[in-house]
Design a protein around this ligand. Structure first.
Ligand SMILES: [Zn+2]
Length: 348
């Protein structure tokens, strides 16, 4: 700031260089204010343009869970206006705005990032969900580019666990144009209960507080993806150990077969609660509020409280599908609600 002010003053037609130096108490201090620097400030207009700082945010973050190597990946995100945001169904918007304001966030909109977790477990590269692909337009679909930025090709992913069949989690599985699998060598895993729900004759979304047309599009999208990858799905169940150090946890409500995942290595653990909570301010300040995308609202609320209680009691490090990137944090329990504590980025 100081140098910028000096530049302005030195090039101002109203102030001579001597005046400018006097103003800063630098007149006569040539040893400090070198002739070269003076010439540079006088010819500021001839210098190359200052580069713009606008552009995409970096979208991958490396960390470890004990001896496991992990990567948080961003697939994009969107920021619905307060009036259209899916949080606190039935609650006055002023209460939602107050929860945002309490967390020092803008109150005219909410932020919903899409995050994916990749963990290297021995010879396996296991990814949890795949982002939106092209299903949500330009707000999503950055996963493959962010994998590439981290030096990973889609064909190197050996296993994908789809936490639940919502488009922001399965959308990246199929190429929208060719309908071919994006992750050609990955085994695909899904909770047996989730698979059965969406492939059943009439998936029941009647309790989900969304317009009928939207509910129909949820069903059509999930069924198209499951059908498009028919024969590749391997059905799993909560309680099963897919790999040493990876536990599948039953977390129903957001969808009937929604799962959370617990990674363990040595004394360290990471609980990926996926979509049991959606906003680091609102979902924690008001865990009793319904989210518009919850298929079974009362069950979703019970699951949210159960997982957050566990995370707080066990001081678990957590990851979420929609927490602020890189989506790592901890949970504090406070009487009838919670607080999400963002983990600072590591230095190395
Ligand atoms: Zn989601």
């Amino acid at each position: 700031m100081k140098l910028l002010s000096q530049n302005r003053l030195a090039s101002s037609p109203q102030l001579s260089r001597r005046d400018a130096l006097r103003l800063f108490g630098l007149a006569g201090s040539a040893a400090f204010f070198t002739p070269q620097l003076l010439r540079a400030t006088e010819s500021v207009a001839a210098q190359p343009a200052v580069p713009s700082l606008v552009g995409a945010q970096p979208g991958f973050y490396r960390f470890r869970i004990g001896s496991l190597e992990a990567l948080a990946l961003n697939d994009g995100g969107f920021a619905p206006a307060l009036a259209e945001c899916p949080f606190g169904v039935g609650e006055p918007r002023e209460k939602v705005a107050a929860a945002l304001d309490d967390a020092f966030l803008a109150t005219d909109k909410t932020q919903i990032p899409f995050n994916v977790l990749l963990v290297r477990m021995g010879a396996e590269l296991i990814m949890i969900d795949t982002g939106c692909g092209t299903l949500f337009g330009p707000v999503g679909g950055r996963l493959v580019a962010n994998l590439a930025a981290a030096g990973i090709k889609p064909e190197q992913i050996t296993g994908i666990i789809i936490s639940h069949m919502h488009a922001d989690h399965f959308g990246g599985l199929l190429d929208a144009t060719t309908k071919e699998p994006v992750f050609k060598n990955a085994k695909l895993f899904i909770n047996r209960k989730e698979h059965a729900f969406w492939t059943g004759a009439t998936p029941d979304l009647s309790a989900q507080p969304l317009p009928e047309e939207t509910r129909k599009s949820f069903i059509a999208g999930a069924q198209a993806c499951l059908e498009g990858l028919k024969g590749r799905w391997q059905l799993i169940a909560p309680g099963e150990k897919l790999l040493e150090g990876l536990e599948i946890i039953d977390a129903p409500g957001h969808t009937p077969g929604h799962i959370a995942l617990l990674f363990s290595s040595g004394s360290e653990q990471l609980l990926h609660f996926v979509d049991a909570a959606h906003n680091h301010a609102i979902s924690f300040a008001h865990p009793e509020w319904t989210l518009a995308f919850d298929t079974q609202p009362p069950i979703a609320i019970a699951t949210r409280k159960k997982l957050l209680d566990r995370a707080a009691a066990d001081r678990l490090r957590v990851f979420g599908g929609h927490m602020p990137f890189p989506s790592l944090g901890h949970v504090r329990a406070i009487s009838n609600h919670y607080e999400y504590i963002i983990e600072p980025a590591a230095i190395a």
